[in-house]
Design a protein around this ligand. Sequence first.
Ligand code: NAD
Length: 300
Amino acid sequence: MTTQTIPTVTLNNETTIPQLGFGTLNVPPGREPTPENTAKTAEIVGLALELGFRHIDTAQMYGNERGVGEAIAASGIPREELWVTSKLGNGNHRPDDVPRSFDETLEKLQLDYLDLFLIHWPVPTLYDGDYVSTWKAMAELVDDGRLRSAGVSNFHPDHLERIITETGVVPVVNQIEAHPYFGNAAVIEATRSHGIAVQAWSPLGQGSILEEPAISEIAATKGRTVAQVILRWHIQHEHIVFPKSMHRERIQENLAIFDFELTSAEITAIDAIDKGESGRVGPNPDTFAWIPSTETPHPA
Ligand code: NAD
């Protein structure tokens, strides 16, 4: 498996992102940026790069940007061959904190530019509900030249509508929870209606879908693993995905999904296991307001 076989998606600003990347939530198992955890992150992300991943998804709130940076530096891979995404922490939404924390992100990642920076959560119950000023500050980072693309994550249709109407700046992606147990169709439709690409987080439902009989059956017919069939379903739905694993065999397996296809009947069968709201594995963006202890909580 070479990186050439991973397809790219062209975003609305004409940049091209590898459709498959490597997720780093809980790499290492926890969010504490201790030296031990940083070394573990560097080892795992280094393995993902060695095996062929060229797109890494991290976040300020994961506490692992230093480890990701160490892995990138040690890999020797030319910078232009990599796509690196990070996300603004929930404690950093004030317009002044956006460029300040972005600088910290670049420093931790040992990079002089970032490919994609997202507002991680809208946190509409904090900051007097003002995620529009935050979005303006994100757009200024692109104008500044050290950020190629700005996007959002966990934005519901009304959140998208509001930032676009009030700023005229359209995000390149909306990174949202989506997988066979939580199809999230209305948010995907609204996202695409603005020309925004969909990134599906927790593509394997954090492992919760791996025992699903409807998918095991398809996997058995195809001679593939359940994880591969789920990832293939995402690829054929044109989602950008970045599964997370800390094991060599699984990381390799997650890369090997471009030499088979699901039929439309198989796709429809997987579409049918959508559990709606009860299929969510993560928080609801309308109410999520967690701020990690490493970031300064805003009083509002
Ligand atoms: P995931 O759906 O990628 O599932 C990860 C789990 O699936 C692993 O812990 C592992 O146990 C299992 N797994 C992975 N590959 C496997 C394989 N081949 N065989 C068997 N089991 C396998 O969950 P995730 O880590 O929550 O999501 C992926 C990435 O999405 C994250 O790492 C992160 O980068 C991003 N994310 C973003 C947000 C957001 O709010 N923007 C939220 C959650 C996750």
